[in-house]
Design a binder for this molecule. Structure first.
Ligand code: F6P
Length: 372
């Protein structure tokens, strides 16, 4: 394997450049490989928009946030072209052939793993790396980007603590994570949040308010409530389950479309759920409540040392994997070493917070409320 393509896809995160540098440096210096980058994810592959990954662009990128290649959430087989979605798999295959690539490295989260598997099945040789601040890619212990985002959440909670305390307020902190609550859990534990609400644990508002009231009775009139974007109350979780079942079991296309539209409407409405939750907590506890949405701050800036090390480790291991002519795999972190996992296994799976995870247990032991 000598001629290798590289792209970054999905939401950006700190550590992408460290991974690009790791794979290219090791590939060039140890294995005599040449690298060509594709801009803006799979869109750059489809439209053949490139960036040579050589000594002109690689120096100095280890510490930079974002990705020098650019990224997008475009899928090769459902790409918006003009005003419709088109299957551009053949165009991706043509670009691959035009550059006489021996393999393509796709660096991304869950969606990228699926798209990469699609291209592998279409005949390309693909190797992937797992990145995402959500830390929810299956079959890897950890994804790069997560540690940096967790540090940002922790610092934000630290700062919010002093102002919450001074004013005797509840501060609700919304963090990213639609389906998996790793970031809320990790940041919440590190920041000493009083309440943590995760997508994996549907919450009861009465239990949350009771935890806050109990703190107030003990003289602590402030509380920090960390909420993952996708956290839901028990009744909201039930509604989603019913709508999803209705969609899955719909007997006609018309019914399926209707159920799908209702599910979408629910999720659209849920985008503002932390606003509603903050208001309800104020009403129910009588304590002034404020909301902070951390948003894309969590994805920005320079990677932590742990993310730089992880991305370099996975990137250099990826060059090694390519030199063995292995493909159709993701390079995963397994303890202190790396392993390859078939893309067929990874694609379409997510790593959720297990309900017996040690972080969760420790948080409960220090009195954190999860609303259950
Ligand atoms: O990449 C994962 C993620 O950061 C999620 O946690 C978040 O919900 C989503 O991306 C936001 O995506 P976008 O940047 O496209 O709004």
């Amino acid at each position: 394997m000598k001629q290798i393509g590289v792209l970054t896809s999905g939401g950006d995160c700190p550590g992408l450049n460290a991974a690009i540098r790791g794979v290219c440096r090791a590939g060039q210096e140890i294995h005599g490989m040449h690298f060509i980058g594709f801009r803006d994810g799979f869109r750059g592959l489809v439209h053949d928009r490139t960036l040579p990954l050589d000594s002109r662009v690689l120096p100095g990128i280890l510490t930079d946030g974002g990705t020098i290649l650019g990224t997008s959430r475009d899928k090769p087989h459902r790409m918006p072209i003009g005003n419709r979605l088109r299957d551009m798999t053949d165009a991706a295959l043509e670009t691959y052939a035009r550059h006489q690539l021996d393999a393509l490295i796709c660096i991304g989260g869950g969606g990228t793993q699926k798209n990469a598997w699609h291209l592998q099945q279409a005949g390309l040789r693909i190797v992937t790396l797992p990145k995402t601040i959500d830390n929810d890619v299956a079959y890897t212990d950890v994804c790069f980007g997560f540690d940096t985002a967790m540090s940002i959440v922790t610092e934000a909670i630290d700062r919010l603590h002093s102002t919450a305390m001074s004013h005797g307020r509840i501060i609700v902190v919304e963090v990213m994570g639609h389906r998996a609550g790793w970031l809320a859990l990790g940041g919440g534990v590190a920041g000493g949040a009083d309440v943590i609400l995760l997508p994996e644990i549907p919450y009861r508002i009465d239990l949350v308010t009771e935890a806050i009231r109990q703190r107030a009775r003990a003289g602590k009139t402030f509380s920090i409530v960390v909420v993952a974007e996708g956290a839901m109350s028990v009744s909201q979780a039930q509604t989603v389950e019913e709508l999803a079942t209705a969609k899955e079991t719909a007997e006609t296309q018309a019914r399926k479309r209707k159920a799908s539209a209702r599910l979408e409407a629910f999720h659209e409405q849920h985008l503002r759920h932390t606003v509603d939750l903050t208001r309800r907590l104020e009403d129910l506890t009588g304590l002034e409540s404020k909301l902070t949405v951390l948003g894309h701050l969590q994805r920005g800036g320079t990677p932590t040392a742990a993310d730089r090390v992880l991305a370099t480790r996975l990137g250099t291991a990826c060059a090694e994997v390519l030199s063995r002519r292995e493909h159709g795999v993701m390079v995963a972190a397994h303890g202190e070493s790396t392993a390859t996992v078939p893309l067929a296994e990874v694609a379409g799976k997510k790593k959720f917070v297990p309900l017996d995870h040690p972080w969760l247990t420790s948080a409960r032991h220090v009195g954190t409320c999860f609303g259950d």
